[in-house]
Write a protein of this length. Structure first.
Length: 487
C-alpha cells in the first residue's frame, strides 16, 4: 500500500514542513489517509507576519478588477482539478461522491466567481459615495481592506465554508491566514496549491494546520497582529474566540450552531414535505448547521407523516462514498460518533420513542471500523428535553405534533439558537406571515438549503454574530473611511 502523503502548511508562498504531525483518518474504515504538519506558535506568527507584510506590497496596488481576475483564475484552477477536489473531500469526510460533485466543489468555485463579479461590478455605493452639503463641505467614503484576517473553519463542509470566507476577503484586498479543521485538511491544502499557481502575491494567502486549544487555532485567534477574525464552528468555541478577539477589539464574524425547526402544515404538498424533511434532516449525515433536528407537524397529518418518514428513513442506504446507491456516509470521526450516540442514549433516558434507527449499523466488512451511525427519528419528548434543545449535529430529528399556528411559532422560537427554519405550506400568505414571526437568520418556504450567495447569511442568539454573503461579506471584509473637505 502507498505511504500516506504528508500535508504541509503554506506560508509566504512556500510549503512549510513542521516537526509535529498528526494523522488524518478516513471515517469510512478508520485508515490513516495522510499525515498533517501541525503549525506551532512560531509558524502561525510567521504566517501572520507574512500576511501583514503582503498587505503593504504589490497586492495593495491592484485594482478591484485585477483582484477579480485572480479570483476567477483560482476558480478556473479548482475547475481544472475538479476530481482531485472531489477525492480530497471524500477522503477526509466519507461523504457520498455525488454530494462532493454536485455541492461541495461546485460551491467552492461559485464562491470565488460570485465575489470576483461582485467587486468588479459593484457600483459607486461600494466605493466612494459622496455626501455634498450645499457649498460648505463635500464628504466621500473610501472603502479599504480590514487588513490581516484570521479564518477558522469547521469540518462539515470543508471547501464550501472555507472558500465562502477566503473569496470575499481576497476580493476586498485583504491578506488571510486560514486554519481549516484538523479533521479536514486535504481540500484546503489543494486550494493552497491552486492559489500558488494563480499568481497571488506571496503572503496574501497562508494556510496553517492544527487543532484549536494550545494549537494553531488558539495561536491565530490570540495573535495581536490579526485585524479581524471570521469563524465557523460550535457556539462554545465562538465564545472562546470572542474573548480572544476582545483583546485588541478585533472585528469578528461568527457562523455558529443551530437547532433548526421544520414546520409542516396540513395544507403542505405532502410528498414534497416528506422529501424535504428527509433532505433537511439527513443530508451529509445530518452534519450541516442548517439541518432540521426539530420537526413540528400539524396534528391532522402527524401520524401519516411520521409513518412515511419512518419508511423512508428505514430505507436509507449507508454505504461507501463511491457506491452509486449511497444515501449516507459515516460521521466525521469516532469522537463525534460517541457524542451523537450519547444523545441517542439520552433521548431514551428522557422518555423518547424510537421511531427509526437509534444505534450503530453492522456491515460485516471494513465499514465496521468506520464512524457510521443509523439515521434516527425520535418522538414523544417534551420541548424541555435536552435532545430537543441542544444541537446534536447528527442524522437525527425529533418529530412532534402541533395544533395552532401561534403555538408552533412560539415553540420554534423557544430556542437559544436562531439559524434556520423551514415552512412547508401551500398557502402563500400564511408562509409569509409565519416567516416574518420566526427569529432565525433564514426561513425557507417549501425548500431547504437553496441559497442565493448575494443574500445575507447568519444567525441570531447562539447561532452567530453578523451576516456574510454578497455585499454583507464585502462590508465585513472592509473598513469605511470618510474624507470631509471644506469647500
Ligand atoms: P469546532 O468549534 O469544534 O471547530 C471549528 C474550528 O475551530 C476548527 O478549525 C477547530 O480546530 C477550531 N477551534 C476549536 N477550538 C478552538 C479554540 N479554542 N480557539 C481557536 N480555534 C478553535 O466546530 P466543528 O465541530 O468543527 O464544527 C461543527 C459546528 O460548526 C457545529 O456546531 C455547526 O452547527 C457549526 N457550523 C455552523 C455553520 C454556520 O454557518 N452557522 C456552518 C457550519 C458549521
Amino acid at each position: 500500500m502507498a505511504k500516506p502523503p504528508l500535508l504541509r502548511c503554506f506560508v509566504d508562498g512556500q510549503w512549510v514542513t513542521t516537526k509535529q504531525r498528526f494523522p488524518n483518518i478516513n471515517p469510512v474504515d478508520g485508515q490513516v489517509v495522510s499525515h498533517v504538519c501541525e503549525a506551532d506558535a512560531q509558524t502561525v506568527s510567521r504566517a501572520v507576519a507574512a500576511a501583514r507584510a503582503a498587505g503593504q506590497g504589490p497586492w495593495k496596488t491592484l485594482t478591484a478588477n485585477q483582484r477579480a481576475a485572480i479570483l476567477h483564475r483560482i476558480a478556473d484552477g479548482i475547475e481544472q482539478r475538479f476530481e482531485e477536489f472531489v477525492a480530497a473531500e471524500v477522503l477526509d469526510t466519507g461523504r457520498p461522491v455525488h454530494q462532493a460533485r454536485t455541492l461541495d466543489v461546485p460551491r467552492g468555485i461559485a464562491n470565488f466567481r460570485t465575489f470576483a463579479d461582485l467587486v468588479s461590478t459593484a457600483g459607486s455605493e461600494m466605493y466612494d459615495s459622496t455626501a455634498p452639503d450645499g457649498a460648505r463641505v463635500i464628504s466621500y467614503v473610501n472603502r479599504k481592506p480590514v487588513g490581516t484576517v484570521g479564518i477558522i473553519c469547521p469540518w462539515n463542509l470543508p471547501l464550501l465554508l472555507l472558500t465562502w470566507k477566503v473569496a470575499p476577503a481576497l476580493a476586498m484586498g485583504n491578506c488571510v491566514v486560514v486554519k481549516p479543521s484538523e479533521e479536514t485538511p486535504s481540500s484546503a491544502t489543494l486550494l493552497a496549491d491552486v492559489i500558488r499557481m494563480a499568481g497571488l502575491p506571496h503572503g496574501v494567502f497562508n494556510l496553517v494546520h492544527g487543532f484549536g486549544p494550545e494549537s494553531a487555532g488558539e495561536y491565530l485567534s490570540t495573535s495581536p497582529d490579526i485585524d479581524a477574525l471570521t469563524f465557523t464552528g460550535e457556539s462554545r468555541t465562538g465564545t472562546t474566540i470572542m474573548k480572544a478577539a476582545a483583546e485588541g477589539i478585533k472585528k469578528v464574524s461568527f457562523e455558529l450552531g443551530g437547532k433548526n425547526a421544520a414546520v409542516v402544515f396540513a395544507d403542505a404538498d405532502f410528498e414534497a414535505a416528506v422529501a424535504g424533511v428527509m433532505r433537511s434532516s439527513f443530508t451529509n449525515s445530518g452534519q450541516v448547521c442548517l439541518c432540521s433536528e426539530r420537526v413540528y407537524v400539524e396534528r391532522s397529518i402527524y401520524a401519516r407523516f411520521l409513518a412515511e418518514l419512518k419508511k423512508r428513513c428505514d430505507a436509507l442506504v449507508l454505504s461507501y462514498p463511491q457506491d452509486p446507491d449511497v444515501d449516507m456516509g459515516p460521521l466525521i470521526s469516532h469522537a463525534h460518533r460517541d457524542k451523537v450516540l450519547s444523545y441517542y442514549q439520552l433521548a431514551q433516558e428522557e422518555g423518547a420513542t424510537v421511531i427509526s434507527g437509534g444505534g450503530v449499523p453492522e456491515f460485516g466488512d471494513d465499514r465496521d471500523q468506520g464512524a457510521y451511525v443509523q439515521p434516527t427519528i425520535f418522538a414523544g419528548l417534551p420541548d424541555s428535553a435536552r435532545c430537543v434543545r441542544e444541537e446534536i449535529f447528527g442524522p437525527v430529528c425529533h418529530v412532534a405534533p402541533f395544533d395552532t399556528e401561534d403555538e408552533v411559532i412560539a415553540r420554534v422560537n423557544d430556542s437559544a439558537y436562531g439559524l434556520a427554519a423551514c415552512i412547508w405550506s401551500t398557502k402563500l400568505s400564511r408562509a409569509h406571515q409565519v416567516a416574518a414571526r420566526l427569529n432565525t437568520g433564514i426561513v425557507w418556504v417549501n425548500t431547504w438549503f437553496t441559497r442565493d450567495l448575494r443574500t445575507p447569511f447568519g444567525g441570531t442568539g447562539l447561532s452567530g454574530l453578523g451576516r456574510e454573503g454578497g455585499r454583507y461579506s464585502l462590508d465585513f471584509y472592509s473598513e469605511l473611511s470618510t474624507v470631509c473637505i471644506k469647500l
